[in-house]
Design a protein around this ligand. Structure first.
Ligand code: AMP
Ligand code: MG
Length: 422
């Protein structure tokens, strides 16, 4: 029998981040950066106006008041994106919009509210209604050097290290890459995870359920959990308990998988198809090198881990079929594999200590994972111990981990809690 920690260490010892690839920015969302990004441009790329207003020479506005405004000749109109710029000489101004480049000669921007907006009224304007061709603007107060100018390079200068390898790319990091003109970026790709459920009793949800049949839920839980962990997940539902069929399906899936996760068929019953199809020896046909083992854990005792396919092979984790067991096994063993392949440094779910006000019992020699509800430093079990209880599982936000050597805990004891939400 293996402990939970030994099994996990055995698996992780075989895993490494996937080799980096160059991706389009939006395809890289959630991925880990595999390069140090240095800006090849200044941001802003040119001096520009932070307000709608008038680009002026500061000396022309010295001493301006509402009563004695500076009257300037408007020599042009500069919209955002303007290429050709008017020159602003003494006594002149240019109408300018937010984000438009500063024209030569101008040293500051008078926001439209500091002017009469070119209306000729001499009163503070709240908009720039004046069309081009309105030749004068009255500036109603002095405008200091550099006022309302966003300087070239004031955000990021050419050569600045802006993002370092290992950064997880979220919306703002992708925006920054776009802002500095990067169309693609080098990242660890999302692992492609094929999720495959086995069991001749399974029907796909929505299909009629015959006698003795149940809807396949594991492939949905596990596919969603794989996506949640950052993978590109492919769901292959309901492979019957026939070793030849299973091997054929696996063979088909190998080409698109960085990792294969199966559910069901790993315990000691008859028709334990994953074991029959993959376990070497005992006269069974050998396919790959998957080791089936029993863990000191409840639920989730039977587990398989190894590689299948040619060459180095594709890693495969065979999880037990009971829905709670397979999900807990995913959280404990598969999620860290996906996170490792992503190049993430934070591969495990967070574990916190919490007080459990009710008494807990746990089998000797097994690490028990109970479904729980954690809130404000306190945790309570949700539902019973049965590993078929999907109702309670869906109401839990954590797992209560009771150590191997502990068989009972009195109410008010502190326990380890694995948080299932980010
Ligand atoms: P197994 O590990 O294949 O013996 O399955 C153990 C239990 O889990 C049985 O009651 C199965 O019917 C159930 N089970 C197996 N696979 C699934 C699945 N994909 N969805 C829901 N229940 C399953
Ligand atoms: Mg089965």
């Amino acid at each position: 029998m293996w402990t939970v920690d030994e099994h996990l260490a055995d698996i992780l010892g075989e895993m490494a981040p996937l080799p980096p690839i160059e991706l389009q920015l939006l395809d890289a969302q959630g991925c880990t950066l595999a390069e140090d990004v240095v800006a090849a441009t200044d941001l802003p790329p040119f001096d520009n106006s932070s307000m709608d207003g008038y680009a002026v020479r500061t000396a022309d506005t010295t001493g301006a008041t509402e009563q004695y405004p500076s009257v300037l000749t408007v020599v042009g109109d500069i919209a955002a994106g303007a290429g050709e710029l008017p020159k602003v000489g003494p006594g002149q101004a240019a109408r300018i919009m937010t984000g438009a480049p500063m024209p030569p000669g101008a040293e500051a921007v008078a926001p439209v509210e500091w002017t009469d907006g070119g209306t000729g009224s001499g009163r503070a304007a709240d908009s720039m209604s004046a069309p081009v061709g309105n030749e004068e603007v009255r500036v109603l107060r002095p405008v200091g050097e550099g006022a309302h100018i966003r300087r070239r390079g004031s955000d990021i200068a050419t050569g600045d290290a802006v993002l370092s390898a290992g950064t997880v790319l979220g919306p703002t990091q992708l925006g920054l890459l776009a802002a500095i003109g990067r169309g693609t970026v080098r990242v660890r790709p999302r692992p492609r995870v094929v999720v495959l459920s086995t069991g001749s009793e399974l029907v796909q949800p929505g299909e009629p359920v015959g006698p003795g049949q149940i809807s396949d839920s594991n492939s949905f839980t596990l596919t969603a959990a794989a996506r949640d962990a950052g993978a590109i997940a492919y769901r292959v539902g309901g492979v019957p308990d026939d070793p030849a069929t299973l091997r054929a399906v696996l063979e088909d899936q190998l080409g698109r998988a960085d990792l294969i996760v199966t559910s069901g068929g790993v315990s000691v019953g008859a028709y334990d198809v994953v074991k029959e199809a993959l376990q070497p020896g005992d006269g069974a046909e050998s396919y790959g090198s998957v080791d089936f083992r029993r863990l000191r854990m409840q639920p989730g005792k039977p587990q398989g881990f190894g590689r299948i396919g040619s060459g180095a092979g594709v890693p495969l984790l065979a999880l037990p079929g009971n829905p709670v067991s397979s999900y807990i096994s995913f959280e404990l063993f598969v999620r860290p594999v996906i996170r490792t392949m992503l190049g993430s440094t934070d591969i495990h779910r967070p574990v916190v200590r919490a007080v459990c006000p009710v008494e807990l019992r746990s089998p000797a020699g097994r690490r028990q994972f109970l479904r729980g509800w954690y809130q404000d430093g306190e945790v309570r079990p949700v539902g019973g111990e049965g590993s078929h209880l999907v109702g309670a599982l869906a109401r839990a936000n954590c797992l209560i981990a009771v150590p191997e050597e502990t068989t009972s805990l009195s109410g008010g004891s502190a326990v380890d809690v694995v948080l299932l939400t980010d």
